[in-house]
Design a protein around this ligand. Structure first.
Ligand SMILES: [Zn+2]
Length: 65
């Protein structure tokens, strides 16, 4: 079980995005997790379970904390 996900955190995923980026910023947290690619700004929504299965590690905590 992962610790809680918070808006503004950056996560490194197990799979590379087609644009070449590995890192995504959380922009929304709910039943689904909203992620924005740090390189191409593409946004996706993932079910929490799918998000957790795709994450490799947290890169940074939310800005300003
Ligand atoms: Zn991308």
């Amino acid at each position: 079980m992962m610790q809680d996900v918070a808006v503004g955190e950056v996560y490194r995923m197990r799979r590379q995005h087609p644009c070449g980026s590995w890192e995504w910023t959380v922009y929304r947290v709910g039943a689904d997790i909203g992620l924005e690619c740090r390189t191409c700004q593409r946004r996706v929504m993932l079910e929490r379970r799918r998000f957790e299965s795709r994450v490799r590690s947290r890169v940074s905590p939310a800005q300003g904390t």
